[in-house]
Every structure is written in structure tokens, then in C-alpha cells.
Ligand binder design. Structure first.
Ligand SMILES: *Cc1c(COP(=O)(O)O)cnc(C)c1O
Length: 407
């Protein structure tokens, strides 16, 4: 046993739950649960130097993770993702220190692997053999892969127009895969209703406590990569918000462990497309809860989440950090995707292009300064989005002489 978890705690009403049992949302108020650790005890037992020599994977932070039995870990080798300095892209914005944390290197090509390795590991510890989730795309692919790895049965429900690659990767991994003629919240309702009929465990974003803990490791890695001095600004493409919420929680835990060299924390910028911007809208109105965003449509499928169960957790973190939440015009996404990939060769996904659009906006407004240390998360691999490229690529006819003027 290497577990420092004390209990689970409702993020809204504070109700506490026994972490040795399976829980979903808070039964009192239907809001998400935090995993709480005995950080006082951990502070005495776990030091930064303990990380030396540990494998370069998110499991290097084991004491800060909810695992009881390391033998039950369900892993596909979740590498620590590189923090890549991007001077050519930085120059395009006129900023001095722009970094991309490239999550596209993770299993299944997106950072959903972080949350799913943790949630499926916990499901495995609890002896759960059947899991289900609604997905905008990548979460389904990751769940299907980890469920396959654990020998579990997986059920995935996704909007009809989810990128074809996401549908096929789920099917290939053996998940029972369904397309639904609705949005992700409609898929979520199906997963909720099926719980009693099919007896599956609901791995929906924030409807169980452990995906946040997996995504938290983005913040832990970032802190370590910046040698325990966090950057000034983080731009995060926000769907359900798990990563933003998780990183903010991670920073607080590192602070309590005394691992941060400076108390300064990054301003968290929640980035959405104008095609689906519930969080940016609620932020602009000064609200803590975000009503459903009607007619959600964006090519950045990972942020097409019209209702976020953790809306107040996202908005609380954004405000506490001194950050902001912005919506970027949909027509900025494809150009920033092309521009960033052609400048740096990194596989920047449409969701990350949303963040680049936000960076452009916030620099223009003076809310981000050119000398600041800016981190953008590349949450998925561009290769998973062939639909985002509409360009007609020239075809050469080899039966004719090549017209070199056209090459
Ligand atoms: C899921 C997803 C997001 C949004 O992540 P949340 O933590 O749910 O807000 C962003 N980008 C990609 C590529 C995704 O798959």
C-alpha cells in the first residue's frame, strides 16, 4: 500500500466519502468529487529528490496519485511529454518564451490517456469489468484502449459526426461503439440511463473522481520541467475542463508539499471556440455555473462540450488564478493549425489552434505580455483530424511530362 488518500470530497457541498468504495458524483448535490490526500504526512515522506531515477512516466508521482496497489496499474507507457520551446511560432506572435507541452505523444495520440489510465486503473482495483463513456472523440479512443489492456468490456457513445478516426479506433480496440444523432450530453444521458440496465461503470468526464487525478500530472510534469517555478500563463483548450481543473489542483498540492520555489502560479486561460463557448460566456457574465450552449458546432471536436459538469470548478480555477476565459472565432482555427505545424513541425491539433487564436487575441488586448513565459498544451495529434484539412492537394499525372513550372 502506498496510498496517501484520506477521502473523497464534494467540490460543491464538501460532503465526504470513503475512498475505499466506488463513487460517482456526490449523491447529495450531483457534483464532482475531489480526491484528498494527507499532504502533511506526505510532506515528511516525499521529497523532490525522490523523483531522481524514477521512470519518465506519469507514474513517477505515485505518492500523489490515488493508486492502492501498483500491481493493478493499467498502463500503455504514459511518457512524460516533452515541453518544446517554439521560437519560430513565438516570433509569429512577437513573444519571447512560448512553449508547447506536446501531449500528442501519449498513447492513443491525446492527453485523454492520462485521465483514462488513472480511471481504468481504479476501476481495475475495484474489480469493475465493464465501463462506458460518452465522448467527443479522444476520450472514447483512450477508454477503449485502456479497457482492452485491462481485459474489460467497454461501451462508447459518440455524436454521429465525431471524426471517423475516433469512431474506428474505438471499434478496433474492441469497444462496443455507437454513434448517436445528438451531442455529447445526449450520449452522456444514454450512459447514465444504461447504468442500471447494463451494469457498467460510468467513466464520463468528472462523473468519477479519478480522471482529474490523471490529468493533474500535466501540472506536476510542467512544474518539474520548469524546475519548480511555474510559467506565467497557461492556455488550455476547454471542453469538460478536467485538465485545467486537475492542473490547478496539482499546483495547490505541490505548494502544500513545499515543492514550488515561488508561490506565483500561472494565469489559467480557458480557451474555447465561438462555436461552443459555454465557459467563456459564463465568465463574461460573471457567473459561476454555465448554462447549456445551444447549437454547439466546431471543428475542434474535443472542445465541443455544450454542458460541463465541472463548470464551477473551471471558473473557480480561472478566477483564482487571475486568468480569463475566451472564445475564439471558428475561422481562426484552421489557419492557426496550418501555421503552427508549418512553423514548428509539431502535430498541433485544432483544439490547440483555438489556444493560439486566444493567444493572438490576448496579446492584442495587452492581457498577455510578450516577455511572459507562455505554455500551450497540444492536447492531441493533428493526424487524428484529417477532416480539419479541406485543401485540395495537387495530383500529378505520370502519363504526361511533368510541368516543372507548376512544381
Ligand atoms: C478532450 C479534449 C480537450 C478538452 O479537454 P478537457 O480536459 O475535457 O477540457 C481538448 N483537446 C483535445 C484534443 C481533447 O481530446
Amino acid at each position: 500500500m502506498n496510498n496517501y488518500v484520506t477521502h473523497l470530497e464534494c467540490a460543491n457541498c464538501g460532503e465526504q466519502y470513503d475512498a475505499s468504495r466506488v463513487h460517482g458524483l456526490c449523491v447529495k448535490c450531483q457534483r464532482p468529487l475531489w480526491v484528498r490526500y494527507d499532504l502533511e504526512r506526505l510532506r515528511k515522506k516525499f521529497a523532490r529528490a525522490d523523483l531522481n531515477g524514477r521512470p519518465s512516466s506519469l507514474w513517477r508521482y505515485l505518492e500523489l496519485l490515488p493508486v492502492n496497489d501498483p500491481a493493478k496499474i493499467v498502463s500503455l507507457a504514459e511518457t512524460v511529454t516533452p515541453l518544446v520551446s517554439t521560437p519560430r511560432l513565438g516570433s509569429a506572435f512577437g513573444v519571447d518564451h512560448l512553449y508547447v507541452k506536446d501531449e500528442s505523444r501519449l498513447p492513443t495520440g491525446s492527453f485523454k490517456a492520462r485521465g483514462m489510465t488513472m480511471a481504468v486503473t481504479k476501476a481495475n482495483e475495484f474489480g469493475i469489468r465493464r465501463v462506458a463513456a460518452p465522448t467527443a472523440g479522444n476520450a472514447g479512443g483512450a477508454m477503449a484502449a485502456y479497457a482492452a489492456r485491462a481485459g474489460m468490456e467497454a461501451y462508447v457513445f459518440m455524436p454521429q459526426d465525431t471524426p471517423a478516426i475516433n469512431v474506428k479506433e474505438c471499434w478496433l480496440a474492441g469497444a462496443k461503439t455507437f454513434r448517436v444523432n445528438g451531442l455529447i450530453n445526449d450520449c452522456g444521458r444514454i450512459v447514465g440511463e444504461g447504468k442500471n440496465v447494463k451494469g457498467w461503470f460510468d467513466l464520463s468526464t468528472l462523473k468519477e473522481p479519478y480522471r482529474i487525478e490523471g490529468k493533474k500530472t500535466m501540472g506536476l510534469e510542467l512544474a518539474e520541467q520548469f524546475e519548480w517555478e511555474l510559467p506565467d500563463v497557461i492556455l488550455y483548450p476547454t471542453g469538460g475542463g478536467t485538465g485545467l481543473i486537475g492542473m490547478w489542483k496539482g499546483f495547490a498540492e505541490l505548494e502544500q508539499l513545499g515543492w514550488l520555489n515561488s508561490p506565483r502560479k500561472p494565469r489559467m486561460i480557458s480557451c474555447q471556440s465561438e462555436g461552443c463557448a459555454p465557459i467563456a460566456t459564463a465568465y463574461a457574465r460573471g457567473e459561476r455555473f454555465a448554462p447549456k450552449f445551444e447549437n454547439a458546432a466546431t471543428i475542434a471536436s474535443g472542445v465541443r462540450v455544450p454542458v460541463a459538469v465541472g463548470d464551477f470548478m473551471i471558473l473557480d480555477a480561472v478566477r483564482a488564478s487571475g486568468g480569463t476565459a475566451v472564445a475564439v472565432p471558428e475561422d481562426r482555427i484552421a489557419p492557426w493549425m496550418k501555421k503552427s505545424i508549418s512553423l514548428e513541425g509539431l502535430a498541433i491539433c485544432p483544439e490547440t489552434a483555438v489556444c493560439l487564436g486566444a493567444l493572438e487575441m490576448l496579446l492584442a488586448r495587452g492581457e498577455i505580455k510578450p516577455h511572459e513565459r507562455i505554455v500551450v498544451f497540444n492536447t492531441g495529434a493533428a493526424q487524428k483530424y484529417p477532416e480539419a484539412v479541406q485543401e485540395e492537394i495537387p495530383l500529378l499525372d505520370i502519363s504526361k511530362p511533368i510541368d516543372w513550372a507548376k512544381i
